[in-house]
Design a protein around this ligand. Structure first.
Ligand code: NAP
Length: 314
């Protein structure tokens, strides 16, 4: 019997995972991560969030690692497991739909100065606007990262009438989106955008990519939406750009340290909206469906989408 071990949400939610898999794939044996009676050699697949370093390497017959999250740093930070084992990211329709909804909300919030009105309301102040807002068709939104989520966001923003641009590592063609790629086209891309939406993976190449100098190149009024990972943005540079007014507003869902420490200056930075890493969290049933589809495809010997590439780091 094919065996899946689960480390996602703890003992409290394990019965829910078990019930979901029992319905979707009754022939799958589903075991809890810390079950002392489970022989590691029995495990074929591991569904994980932040597995303790060394544990995956101790499963000699592991066929694939399934991340419960779209990001995989929580698995990749453990150098001990064999990179020949496929590592699959989460990224089914619900993950894409939620991310597209969040980014549409964030971009509309920046378009209509929501961070400013929120601060004025909290202070009980009736303030006047500084300038008439742009129309959505006038606002140029640049998506950094045109992967599974970036493309879904691009479709939603173009459908909502925004002028959408995108930047990726390799060349893409997406209907209705002006596409840029590679380091050599990054400056030209940024200079065309009012708002940047960060949907890059965190890698050696992307860490610290969004600096004061980059934010300074945006068109005014400018904005930033970070829904990828905190370390891609240099936090001190972001604060400086906000305080100096170079950056008109920001919607931030991810941070260097999560939960965002109570003494972080970002909580009270001007024209910032903070959300607690909630942009896209697919339901357990949706994640279970993707896991079953993936296991079935791997069992048939098929290639599966959303596979982490160790050479690229994402
Ligand atoms: P993905 O499918 O791997 O796409 C990554 C995109 O980034 C690709 O278009 C890739 O270019 C581009 N890219 C990678 N390195 C680059 C570089 N050095 N320069 C330029 N472009 C680069 O990832 P995804 O599934 O869309 O997810 C994106 C990120 O969203 C995840 O890594 C995760 O951190 C974050 N996320 C956040 C939440 C949340 O709730 N806040 C939820 C889910 C995911 P190519 O297309 O050329 O390869």
């Amino acid at each position: 019997m094919t065996c899946l071990v689960v480390r996602a949400g703890g003992s409290r939610v394990f019965p829910h995972w078990k019930a979901l898999f029992a319905e979707l794939m009754p022939e799958l044996e589903v075991r809890e991560w810390d079950d002392p009676t489970l022989d590691p050699a029995r495990i074929d697949y591991a569904l994980v969030w932040q597995p303790e370093p060394g544990r995956l390497a101790a499963m000699p017959n592991l066929r694939a690692i399934l991340s419960v999250a779209a990001g995989v740093e929580h698995v990749v930070c453990d150098p001990s497991w064999s990179r020949a084992i496929p590592l699959i990211r989460m990224g089914e329709e619900e993950t894409r739909g939620q991310m597209a909804d969040y980014v549409l909300w964030a971009v509309l919030s920046l378009l209509r100065d929501a961070p400013r009105w929120q601060a004025a309301q909290a202070a009980g102040q009736w303030v006047r606007r500084e300038r008439p807002p742009l129309l959505s068709s006038e606002m140029r939104v640049g998506i950094m990262g045109l992967g599974s989520l970036g493309r879904a966001v691009a479709r939603r923003l173009t459908a909502a009438g925004f002028d959408v641009l995108g930047w990726s590592r390799t060349e893409h063609t997406i209907e209705g989106v002006s596409c840029f790629w590679g380091e050599s086209q990054r400056a030209a891309f940024v200079a065309e955008c009012h708002v940047l939406v960060c949907l890059l993976p965190e890698t050696e190449q992307t860490r610290g990519l969004i600096t004061y100098e980059l934010l300074e190149q945006l068109r005014q009024p400018s904005g930033l939406v970070n829904v990828a990972r905190g370390p891609i943005v240099v936090e001190a540079d972001l604060l400086r750009a906000l305080e100096e007014g170079i950056l008109h507003g920001a919607v931030l869902d991810v941070f260097d340290h999560e939960p965002l420490p109570s003494d972080s200056r970002l909580w009270h930075a001007p024209r910032v909206m903070v959300t607690p890493h909630v942009a896209s969290e697919a339901s357990r049933p949706a994640r279970a469906r993707q896991v079953v589809q993936t296991i079935r495809a791997l069992e048939r010997g098929e290639a599966v989408p959303l596979r982490y590439d160790p050479a690229l780091g994402y």
